[in-house]
Each structure stands twice: as structure tokens, then as C-alpha cells.
Design a protein around this ligand. Sequence first.
Ligand code: SAM
Length: 291
Amino acid sequence: MDGRISTPTKTMEILKKYDFHFKKSLGQNFLIEPSILDKIVSSAKIDETVGVIEIGPGIGALTQKLAEKAGKVVAIEIDQRLIPILEETLAAYRNVELIHGDILKISLNELLSNQFSEFETIKVVANLPYYITTPIIMSLLEQKLQIASITVMIQKEVAERILAKAGGKDYGTLTLAVDYYAEAKIVMQVPKTVFVPKPNVDSAIIQLKIRKQPPVQVEDENFFFRVIKASFAQRRKTIINNLIHNLFGKDKKEQLEILLKSIDIDPNRRAETLNIGEYARLSNLLVKTVE
Ligand code: SAM
């Protein structure tokens, strides 16, 4: 199709035609390298049986490529100034629905039932606005939407936190929360040069395959995440100190020490050394024993 815009020249032509100025506050770094757009689409494994939710279509470079492969694409863009541009760049694609809105405010469950009722497989694909990478990923995961995977460009530093191994400085609440809901992998690292304007940070494409079952059995999910959050509140403190200062109170110190030892967790370990299985054991024990 010759209305394709995934080249630097075409992108510049469109931006000029509409006198569009980037808003840094909306994380507007548009992709101008066709091979990277192709890589996002191919790694997401999109075909006509798949419905796609795209977050932040920008001027529609990724949207066009997704629409060529998917059964349907619903693209959600917050910036009103981009809507007329998208109406032009996506005019030839009959399977695209454009929504002007904020991904963090839209009811995605409603969107799934209204827009994708005839699709069994729904995937999220995006070059995310980096100022809200974590809130977007966590909101997609926590809502337990009926989606198969999330394939997104994000800042490399956040990708490293998501994929970190226990024991390292990047390992933390984000690692554990994502691991609970999804299997994560890095598709590829991406240099700054494939965006306009160039972002200040390096990027990576990651893929989260949504788990059908969590990797650990947790009796109270809410409490499980509260234990994790409290444990990491001050990374240099021991787990016992974090738990008494941020969740239970000093008077529970002795009881907690005994309980931790009873499940083979040394109270003097630091939060970053515990794996997800240990957090599950810990929270399952504490939820029924400590008030
Ligand atoms: N997909 C385009 C591309 O790859 O060239 C643009 C990606 S750009 C990194 C992020 C896009 O997300 C921008 O178009 C921005 O306006 C949009 N955006 C920012 N915050 C948003 C929000 N809360 N909801 C929906 N879109 C948002």
C-alpha cells in the first residue's frame, strides 16, 4: 500500500503538513525505522484471527502494519491533535477502529466485549509512552483481561527490572508482580536512533505472555503484594525490619522471627534475595498467623 508512513521522509512530510509539534509530556517519540516496526509485528505473531489493542498510535506507522496482518485493530490515542492525522493515514484500513481516549481511564473490559466479541485471541501491541510504562503494564495485568500477550517497546531500564533475577539490584516489586501474571522475555534491544525525536534513554521490545495460572499458589493476592511492597520499602534493610516497620509493628518482631525461620527464611536476608516462591510461602503463612 503506498500510503505507508513508516519511513523517516514520509513521517516528516506528515508532521510538516499538519504543523505537528511533539509533546514531550505525552511521551511522543515516533518510530521511523520500518524494520523495527516489522519486528514488533512479527514477534507479536499477528494474523487475521487476532484482534489487537494498540496504545498510542501516534501518526499510525505501527497501526498500518498491524492492520495489514490482524483481523481488527483498536487504537487508543490521547492526543486530540493526532486524530485528524490518523483519520488520514488509516483511511484505507477498514479493520481499524480509532478511539480518542486515555488508556488508563478507558474501561478495557467493556472495550474487549464491545469491540472484539468475535475474536478468541486478543493481543496488546504498542510503542508505549514511557512516562507511564509501569502504570500501563500493571493496569493491563491487574485487570486480568482476556488477552494472550503484550508486546511493547519500553525503556531498556524498565525491561531490565521486569526481567531481573533474584539477588540483583534491578530485582524488585515490578519483577515479582509481572512474573506473577506473565512470562516475560526480551525480543530485542533498540537504539535511540530509530525514533523521532530521539528519546534520552535506550529501549527494548519485550513480550509478556499472560499466564493461565500464576506460578505460585497465593491465598490472598492483595496481602501477597502488600508483603512484597513492605519487604522492599527500604532495600538496604533486612526483611524482618522492613516487615515490622512497614506492615506489622515492632511488637510482632519475635513472632515474625520464629515464623520466618519455620519456613526456612533467614529474617536477616534482604528482600531482593527472596524468590517468588518464598514470597508466596511467607505471605500464605503470615496471612493466617499475624494479625
Ligand atoms: N505508535 C507510535 C509510533 O510507534 O510511532 C507512537 C508511539 S509514542 C512513543 C506514544 C504515543 O502514546 C503518542 O502518540 C502519545 O500521544 C500516546 N499517549 C500518551 N499517553 C497516552 C495515554 N494515556 N493514552 C493513550 N495514548 C497515549
